[in-house]
Design a protein around this ligand. Structure first.
Ligand code: UVW
Length: 331
């Protein structure tokens, strides 16, 4: 049974199959992955994650909390009887807010109220017409433990998330302030930096924000975060249309939310985070946030390159809506 009668304007629901749960990652075909592998010429690898206890400072006082790491005591490890052998063994466990630091947002992270059934009654829905309450469990009051029975992060992990990354240096073009980069400016930047984006590519946006997060450590303030780093202008319809037409399979940035975000919806806006709604809800484009892109960006710039092999699966953690990610770029 089709899950929806109406699909949102500007959405691609159904185009990758009625039951599709990986959205535009479908565009990373074996042929495109081979083209990504062909970008490996030097054999150098760059880690693309912040240490997962960053950001520090005032960010740690927000609703997402830094990791709590603890040891599972040896006495609880049933494999080892203390004193029986000379082995010394540690296990540990973590309480991890999955979207605290460098992360992937799954397609279950952001949905929207939409009239799926054509009854005039909007229901809470996600990419490809999956529904809150039946497919993605959770409620705005937080009285139910969230669990994504569809669109969870493990669906992305199963694809391996490996393809061609393409770097755009927004910091170089738009500075260190919090510029909102719209369609016209982005097209100018692509031309100036001679970056060509093709279907299936994972678009990576360097803004310098993660480097500041690392440099400031505990001294990081809310103002530093609010004022630093460019982001995409999610309110720019032409930019959203370009994202649709470009065929990018995912978008990654080293800033907080890929898009510029002032904390409040724009006056009259339908969505708090319009680029999230466009990518996660309408187009099935996963978003990566707070990645660490500075060293890779500097190397690419120094070598006149923008493309690389990107391997960045999230945790294969059934039912989660986001995940830390320790991606690797190989050049
Ligand atoms: C929200 O906070 C809604 O999203 P994100 O962490 O993806 O920016």
């Amino acid at each position: 049974m089709q899950r929806w009668k109406n699909r949102p304007d500007g959405s691609n629901w159904g185009e990758f199959g009625e039951h599709d749960q990986i959205g535009r990652l479908n565009l990373i075909t074996p042929e495109r992955r081979r083209a990504a592998v062909a970008e490996v010429r030097e054999g150098l690898a760059f880690p693309l994650s912040l240490p997962l206890d960053f950001p520090k400072g005032e960010y740690a006082q927000g609703f997402r909390k830094p990791p709590l790491l603890a040891s599972a005591e040896l006495g609880h490890n049933r494999l080892i009887r203390p004193g029986a052998t000379s082995d010394v063994v540690n296990d540990d466990y973590a309480v991890l807010h999955l979207q605290y630091s460098t992360q992937w947002d799954s397609l279950a992270h952001v949905g929207a109220r939409f009239d799926l059934d054509g009854t005039g009654e909007p229901v809470m829905a996600y990419y490809n017409g999956y529904r809150a309450g039946t497919d993605v469990i959770g409620d705005p009051e937080g009285s139910v433990t969230p669990h994504a029975d569809a669109l969870g992060i493990e669906t992305l992990a199963q694809t391996s998330v490996q393809g061609r990354g393409v770097m755009v240096d927004l910091e170089r073009a738009a500075g260190r302030g919090g510029a909102a980069v719209g369609h016209e400016q982005l097209m100018g930047i692509l031309e100036e930096q001679e970056v060509v984006v093709e279907p299936g590519d994972i678009l990576c946006l360097h803004t310098g924000t993660a480097a500041v997060i690392l440099d400031l450590g505990e001294r990081l303030t809310r103002e530093d975060l609010a004022g630093h780093g460019a982001g995409l202008d999610g309110g720019d319809e032409r930019l959203l249309r370009w994202i649709t037409d470009s065929g990018v399979s995912a978008i990654v940035a080293d800033n907080l939310a890929v898009e510029s975000f002032g904390g409040e919806p724009a006056p009259g806006a339908e969505h708090l985070l319009p680029l999230h709604a466009h990518c996660l809800f309408k187009q099935g484009i996963p978003l990566g946030e707070m990645w660490y892109l500075s060293e890779l960006n500097a190397w690419l710039r120094a070598h006149g390159r923008s493309r690389f092999l990107l391997t960045a699966p999230p945790l294969r953690l059934p039912g989660a809506v986001g995940s830390p990610v320790s991606g690797v770029a190989t050049v």
